[in-house]
Write a protein that binds this ligand. Structure first.
Ligand code: ADP
Length: 475
């Protein structure tokens, strides 16, 4: 097997705030099918360190960005992990990115620059006879690696995967030294961005290859509407930019064996009990319309403010909505108010992985009204569990859902509903259409069946990544 190192700030099952963690956790298994052995380098947050009590030290430093640090190796759930134990950077009281005041830690650039530094050093020096040929870097937290690798004389090929271009990793120019970056890189062709250091841009200009998590988002990234100021740089690298669709771990997300749900099913007909349990759990009345769910971060990206305004279209037709999410305080409060106003709407504020599984199992439909969506995972879980997705026509949602238009319905291939433009009216219209389709039992069954058969695993995407890895090795 050939060797690669995947570098990220989160990874299932150890630590997760979003889809990045699911992907990083599933990638090693997916790439093993392509003869690539991935180790995963992660920061040693306290919750991660607690999960690897007997790990073996494989690297150490007396000064890693202001303190001593070591890397320990451990195996968990088939993952071959390298964990950067640096208490001065990662032993904090808040979440992995935010302090207890809800603000980013002021030293986030250094916290993750250190991760990139160690990735470059491990790749350059190796550990025993382990020496990765490829560094697979995820988002801004790993994006300085190619710069450090260059400075250390390392030869591994680098792939930067952009999971969400909205997050740049910005630092004031005065931190060039503490970030161990070369001053001559602080130019518009380098990592300078409106007078500051932009860590994602640093990776975009310096990585050998760049990918993002769906073909549609790869195209969108090069447009001013979606590129978040980096569209020009990304256009300049369009020959090295590809879109590789995220898959989901179909072993973990399997309605026939999921240990987090009480009723297992192979076809959507078996969902009835899970649906009744979900109604009960959320205190929703039984009704004729579809039981919809949302499982999401509550941010404007996810379009859940649009859904608040479109709710009457659903509840007036007997539809119900169970929502699980957390994030923006104003949105959380607005959703709690909506639940008070509408008996057909129930809201849980928080992050709850087991509950999310029960929700996909019991739902008729999952709603994903995102304003932009690099790939999106919840529509994939929905497909797999017979919860028909209603999605905005953007990014990976375009690439993963086959809309129930006349042609797709008559060809018997539709898997969900897409709406465009991304407005309250268009969303409301698609919710009305959802209720109509739900009433038409044979069409509805067909949608569910198609969705449950739709390939949502890693097979194709693992091959695509293997092609990129191979290209890196021959460069
Ligand atoms: P993003 O990474 O932008 O948040 P994705 O759809 O790619 O969006 O991935 C989100 C992941 O986080 C999914 O696995 C989803 O089920 C999970 N998730 C989001 N919010 C919650 C929550 N409140 N409770 C449990 N799981 C959640």
């Amino acid at each position: 097997m050939r060797q690669a190192l995947s570098v990220a700030s989160e990874c299932v099952p150890l630590i997760k705030t979003g889809g990045l963690a699911d992907v990083v956790g599933a990638l090693p298994g997916a790439m093993a099918t392509q003869d690539w052995e991935l180790r995963t380098l992660l920061p040693g947050y306290p919750t991660v360190m607690r999960q690897v009590p007997r790990a073996k030290q494989v690297w150490k430093s007396s000064d890693l960005f202001g303190g001593s640090a070591r890397v320990v190796a451990a195996k968990i759930d088939g993952l071959d992990l390298l964990i950067l134990d640096a208490p001065h950077l990662y032993d904090r009281d808040g979440t992995i990115y935010l302090g207890t005041n809800g603000q980013d830690y002021s030293d986030n650039p250094e916290r993750f620059a250190a991760l990139s530094w160690v990735a470059a050093e491990l790749a350059t020096k190796g550990i025993g006879d382990w020496q990765p040929e490829v560094l697979h870097l995820h988002d801004w937290q790993a994006a300085l690696t190619p710069w450090y690798l260059r400075a250390m004389g390392g030869s591994a090929g680098t792939l930067l995967t952009i999971h969400n271009v909205a997050f740049h990793g910005i630092a004031p120019a005065a931190r060039l030294n503490t970030l161990r970056l070369p001053p001559d890189g602080f130019t518009s062709d380098g990592f300078e961005f409106w007078g500051q250091i932009n860590m994602l841009k640093a990776g975009i200009v310096a990585a050998d290859q760049i990918s993002t998590v769906s073909p549609s988002y790869a195209h969108e990234l090069t447009t001013p509407e979606f590129g978040m100021g980096l569209d020009g740089v990304l256009s300049g690298r369009s020959h090295d930019l590809s879109g590789v669709l995220n898959g989901i771990d179909t072993g973990v997300w399997n309605p026939a064996s999921d240990p987090l749900i009480s009723t297992h099913f192979k076809t959507a007909r078996g969902k009835a009990k899970a649906k009744a349990e979900l109604e009960k759990e959320f205190g929703l009345p039984a009704a004729d319309g579809p039981l919809c769910i949302v499982v999401s971060r509550l941010t404007t990206q996810k379009g859940l403010d649009l859904l608040l305004d479109a709710l009457p279209a659903l509840v007036d037709r007997g539809g119900r909505l169970a929502m699980l999410g957390s994030g923006d305080r104003q949105l959380e409060n607005a959703w709690l108010r909506a639940a008070e106003e509408h008996p057909h709407v129930a809201v849980r504020i928080g992050y709850d992985e087991p509950l999310s599984h029960r929700m996909f199992a019991g739902a008729d439909s999952v709603l994903v009204p995102s304003r932009f969506e690099p790939c999106g995972l919840t529509q994939l879980y929905g497909l797999r569990y017979g919860a028909v997705p209603v999605v905005a026509l953007t990014g990976g949602l375009v690439d993963t859902v086959i809309p129930a238009n006349a042609a797709a319905l008559s060809a018997g291939v539709a898997t969900g509903l897409q709406f465009h433009p991304i407005t309250v009216d268009a969303l409301a219209h698609s919710l009305i259409r959802l209720c109509e389709l739900f009433d038409d039992t044979s069409t509805w069954t067909c949608l569910q069946r198609n969705g449950m058969k739709h390939p949502v695993g890693w097979d194709n995407s693992a091959r695509d990544y293997a092609d990129i890895y191979d290209r890196l090795c021959s460069q």
